[in-house]
Design a protein around this ligand. Structure first.
Ligand code: ZN
Length: 573
């Protein structure tokens, strides 16, 4: 083979050789904005730390030391001096539910209720403040507050006797309703449990007690008045601005249907998307495999080239959740002899769907919680690999709570991404009361093994599952470092071996998460040429104890160099 270079390449080589001299002769075009004086953490392995960045036309044109940025400061350049602050790439959230969370923000919110008394007070106040609502809708009740995670309709009847009421649990996998709601839905003692769902019942009478699991929720929820397009648009706007407040510039909505997608598309068309959005299209369990592919293909077709909106991912549920014993395990729940929990799809069916979606170029995003669900999700990705050949498929496994340790290596082997919700990796009521007793200590050792997954060479990305839990990445980062509740203060870690260090978690919320949505060339690190998506935090996270991370605040969030959030305490100029 001749070593003659094609012409364009040799030109490039000449330019590179002359680069230094050239740079000095040509006056630098000044930047629009320079930020300096902060500790800059870049997420770029070639230069993890820097002292200054410069932005022009929404793009990073400089990342480096303080003196080097001088030549980019002209008369029109805004310079922000940020001593003591930390500057890093905008955060990415690889699994959340922004539109539904935005809608919930306007309803009866129980996320902050820690006791039964809190729940009762919050509901009473909301009902009194909203006398004209035909339904009382609410969200966010914590399963551990109620015996057996099983609140009763009689309790809700006392609080809301005159109108139907429907309250989703914080994890979205259970609902609590009153007697009026059951009546309206025609649910009685005779109503059988639907496939994939369960009405909790009184052991003696067989009467529904008011708690609905999984698919049973839909039988009552279908009677709720629908949201209007305006309500959803407002909810999307509210949710993205909430995300910006926590420094989030890229977010995956992990369960998008036609109407929520329309809200994002409309915001995109209006130039009002204040974060990059990845829409993971909800699959329909009951649909045939052909439909499973046809529908998202048509939706993808209709939503090409919408700024900041990416529509090329399909979300599949492999199982439910451990707390309500609907997660699929390899061995039975200790408190339900013989019952290892259901899979949403039979393994061959899941694999066939994934093969078909993968053949069409879709990325697949799994909800996988139990060790069996994780295994069959990996098997489905392996089937896609065998059927369609190696390609850059980046399957995402989300939640990933309980592992059989022998499966951990499969992330790396299959190029799959581990999307943890690190906030859950703490010994709170969900874990100590509703999870460990069902698994026993040996299996519980493999709950949220973030360090083991990292050490296996997997790409670990972070996500919130908001509104299931806090949207704030700093809350989750702290818990991953401490394996303790974010308000608990210092003390022993839960499963010490699985604690991780700060750089790994920052990468999980920046460059790795950008990789998880095929955006690593555009954003995810502070690298010259990438979009200027960045966040200023009030303190350098490397210089404070891990248990204080969740107390730090985001002062400024930029998307494409444009301010999308600024704390009232932070003044520009
Ligand atoms: Zn979710």
């Amino acid at each position: 083979m001749s070593l003659r270079l094609p012409v364009p390449l040799s030109c490039l080589a000449l330019t590179l050789v002359a680069g230094c001299r050239l740079e000095r002769r040509v006056p630098a075009v000044s930047a629009d904005l320079v930020l300096r004086g902060a500790l800059v953490w870049t997420a770029d392995p070639d230069r993890p730390f820097a002292e200054a960045v410069a932005i022009r036309d929404g793009v990073l044109v400089y990342v480096g030391d303080r003196s080097g940025v001088e030549r980019l400061i002209g008369p029109g350049t805004e310079v922000l001096e940020l001593p003591g602050r930390m500057l890093l790439p905008g955060f990415h959230d690889t699994h959340s539910h922004p539109v539904s969370a935005g809608l919930e923000l306007g309803e009866c919110n129980l996320y902050d209720a820690e006791t039964l008394a809190d729940v009762e007070r919050t509901i009473r106040d909301y009902v009194a403040a909203n006398p004209d609502l035909p339904w009382i809708r609410g969200n966010g009740w914590a399963l551990p507050i109620f015996p057996n995670a099983n609140p009763t309709r009689q309790l809700l009847d006392r609080l809301i006797p005159d109108r139907p009421a429907f309250f989703y649990a914080a994890d979205g996998h259970s609902a609590w309703v009153n007697s009026r709601a059951l009546e309206l839905a025609g649910v009685t003692r005779e109503t059988p449990d639907p496939a994939g769902g369960r009405f909790e019942r009184d052991a003696a009478s067989g009467e529904p007690t008011g708690t609905l699991r999984e698919e049973a929720m839909g039988l009552v929820a279908s009677h709720l008045p629908p949201y209007s397009p305006e309500q959803r648009l407002a909810a999307a706007r509210r949710a993205l601005s909430e995300a910006n407040r926590f420094g989030i510039t890229t977010i995956t909505d992990a369960d998008v249907n036609d109407v929520t997608l329309e809200a994002y598309a409309e915001l995109s068309r209006r130039g009002e998307l204040t974060a990059r959005v990845t829409a993971a299209l909800a699959s329909e369990v009951e649909s045939s495999i052909g439909k499973e592919v046809e529908r998202p293909r048509a939706v993808r077709e209709r939503h090409q080239r919408l700024p900041r909106l990416q529509v090329n991912t399909v979300k599949l549920y492999a199982d439910g959740v451990i707390e309500s014993r609907t997660a699929a395990l390899l061995a039975p729940y200790l408190d339900r002899p013989g019952d290892a929990g259901p899979l949403v799809y039979q393994p061959e069916d899941l694999a066939a769907r994934v093969v078909a979606l993968d053949r069409e170029g879709f990325q697949v995003h799994f909800h996988a919680i139990g060790d069996r669900a994780i295994r069959v999700s990996f098997d489905a990705v392996a089937a896609a690999d065998a059927a369609n050949g190696g390609r850059d498929r980046r399957a995402v496994l989300s939640h990933i709570e309980l592992f059989d340790p022998s499966d951990i290596r499969r992330f790396r082997e299959l190029g799959a991404i581990a999307s943890f919700q690190p906030l859950w990796a703490q010994a709170d009521g969900y874990v100590t009361e509703l999870t460990i007793p069902a698994l026993g200590p040996a299996r519980s050792r493999w709950l949220y093994p973030i360090a083991s997954v990292l050490n296996s060479g997997a790409v670990v990305a972070g996500g919130s599952d908001w509104s299931v839990s806090s949207l704030n990445p700093l809350d989750a980062i702290e818990v991953a470092l401490t394996r303790r509740g974010e308000s608990e203060g210092p003390g022993p870690a839960w499963i010490e071996e699985e604690r991780v260090e700060l750089p790994a978690m920052l990468a999980a919320y920046t460059i790795n998460a950008a990789f998880a949505t095929y955006r690593e060339h555009e954003t995810g690190s502070l690298t010259v040429g990438k979009q200027a998506d960045l966040v200023v935090i009030d303190r350098d996270l490397f210089s404070i104890p891990a248990h204080e991370i969740s107390e730090r605040r985001v002062l400024l969030t930029l998307l494409d160099g444009v301010e999308v959030w600024r704390d009232s305490s932070f003044v520009r100029r």
